[in-house]
Design a protein around this ligand. Structure first.
Ligand code: FES
Length: 515
């Protein structure tokens, strides 16, 4: 079992062992003063990129604030697909056909890279090539499906109409897309980590990066001290600290997943309906046991407090269409939607030089993590550029509305040190159930209140330490989630997900009670 950024256990974290105990508790040492490449983030993007560059002869270090796969990699549903969340007709409309062709080529190259890593390093992660099925259930969806079929076929995707999908779901029309794949993502990443270390790559866990100075070489600030490097790559979704450009171009979303056991046959292939948000299904066999994985019910982070309702809707949907025996795992996870539909991979805007970023993967993190590795390889090895111009973060055009959303939700940072609130006011919240949190008003002040399993109240400032929006309580993952750029904090206020790099401010409950 490996740790993850929520209270619920995902299928992947529950079935992955930490084989390399040497990975834990690493500290920066004197030998860590200078690297060719420092990568921030120990998820699939960081490890795929690190391995690629270490193989090319660069001296690389991967710095992870928690432990490997702690973030979205531990919560994905791990579809490797070439027909992506932003449909090709939309990419052609927003950009042009040449861009859509590059995206299709990049997606195919990503699956090849995953497969070659698995073969080369003998990684046991249940990888299988598969066919994907997308099906419509209304006239509008059929029109959209026809457009996806036309555009995908023109771009060289192996797609064909089919009369059958491998599940008893009502459909109007369907396509089958060959050349897709599925795997166990965290076992894959642990395999990449072992390969990276065997090539003398350095992984330092529990090492939060707090900032960087664009000097030559770059100076990276971490909680353990500074490291110098020629290239700095942020593989953390939104870079920690303040980066207004990326912050306002990626919106955080949460998606819900369940891994269940079924009576009878397990559906083969990857299956997608066409609702918004859509449902996605697939089967994975792990250690001789089959799991049917279904996901959906996505919403913007911090916009649904009772996240149990999302699981209840998903469960009702699965039970209505499949013969469920039991629910083995359920979990939620976070991803970042880019405003124009394509990820940002390349130079960090506003930072000329060698600071790079990979973010805005939408729901296609498994594909775009490998695309990021290939793009960084092009850039750093100065190879002919196929993908770098397509995903260049500096293509950004401002989109109206999102910045305003942040301003409206932002609060002036309030300092709570020494502040006392009357205990009788707090007592009115004693009806919170153990394990429950709530943002409440006390005498005109807003506080984030959490009652632990022992019944003890913990009070925090609800003001996100990134840019001052108010966090909301996530009932099921037991976390404080920020709706503005997706920072997340544990029940006691410790950062789980950036871009925040400081804990929520603690308010002394004893002082409150005694006050
Ligand atoms: Fe940016 Fe909270 S204000 S993540």
């Amino acid at each position: 079992m490996i740790p993850r950024d929520g209270a619920l256990t995902s299928l992947w974290q529950g079935t992955t062992a930490r084989e390399k105990e040497s990975l834990t508790g690493n500290r920066i040492s004197l030998e860590d003063q200078q690297y060719d490449v420092v990568i921030v983030g120990g998820g699939i993007t960081g490890l795929t990129t690190g391995l690629r560059l270490q193989e090319a002869g660069f001296k690389c270090a991967i710095l992870e604030a928690n432990t490997l796969c702690f973030g979205t990699t531990g919560g994905t549903t791990a579809h490797l697909n070439t027909v992506l969340d932003t449909p090709y007709p939309t990419i052609i409309k927003n950009f042009n056909k040449a861009t859509a062709q590059s995206v299709a080529d990049a997606a195919k190259a990503a699956i090849r890279l995953v497969r070659s890593n698995i073969d080369k390093y003998n990684i046991a992660c249940g990888f299988e090539m598969a066919t994907a099925y997308m099906f419509s259930q209304s006239e509008d969806q059929t029109k959209e499906l026809d457009a996806i079929y036309e555009a995908s076929r023109d771009l060289g995707i192996d797609i064909a109409y089919t009369n059958q999908i491998p599940a008893e779901l009502k459909m109007s029309k369907a396509v089958a897309i060959k050349g897709q794949a599925k795997f166990h993502p965290t076992r894959y990443v642990m395999g990449l980590a072992a390969a990276f270390q065997s090539l003398d790559g350095r992984i330092i866990e529990h090492c939060r990066v707090t900032g960087a100075e664009n000097e030559d070489p770059i100076k990276v600030h971490t909680e353990q001290g500074d490291i110098r490097c020629t290239y700095l790559i942020y593989a953390t979704h939104i870079p920690s600290g303040l980066n207004i450009t990326m912050d306002t171009r990626c919106a955080p979303y949460r998606s819900y997943a369940m891994a269940v056991t079924l009576k009878g046959e397990y559906p083969d292939g990857l299956i997608y309906d066409m609702y918004d948000p859509y449902h996605y299904y697939r089967t994975q066999s792990i250690d001789g046991r089959s799991y049917f994985i279904a996901g959906g019910e996505d919403h913007k982070t911090g916009h649904v407090e009772n996240t149990q309702s999302c699981f209840l809707k998903l469960e009702a949907h699965i039970r209505a269409h499949f013969k469920v025996v039991d629910i083995a795992y359920k979990w939620s996870s976070q991803y970042f939607e880019p405003v124009d539909g394509l990820p940002y991979i390349g130079h960090l805007p506003g930072q000329p030089g060698n600071m790079l970023v990979a973010t805005g993967f939408g729901g296609n993190g498994m594909i775009y993590s490998a695309v990021a590795a290939l793009t960084f390889q092009e850039m750093i090895l100065r190879e002919p550029e196929k993908f770098a111009p397509v995903f260049n973060p500096n293509r950004l055009k401002p989109i109206a509305g999102f910045s305003n959303f942040v301003k409206e939700n932002a609060d002036v940072m309030k300092k709570w040190i020494g502040k006392l609130l009357p205990s009788d006011k707090l007592a009115s919240f004693s009806d919170l159930a153990p394990g429950e949190g709530k943002v409440v008003k006390v005498e005109g002040d807003t506080i984030a209140l959490y009652k632990d399993e022992q019944g003890e109240l913990h009070a925090l400032s609800p003001t996100c330490t990134h840019m001052g929006c108010h966090v909301t309580w996530n009932t099921m993952e037991k976390s404080w989630d920020c709706p503005c750029h997706g920072a997340r904090y544990s029940a006691d206020g410790v950062v789980l997900t950036g871009p925040a790099d400081r804990s929520l401010e603690n308010i002394d409950v004893r002082s409150l009670v005694e006050g």
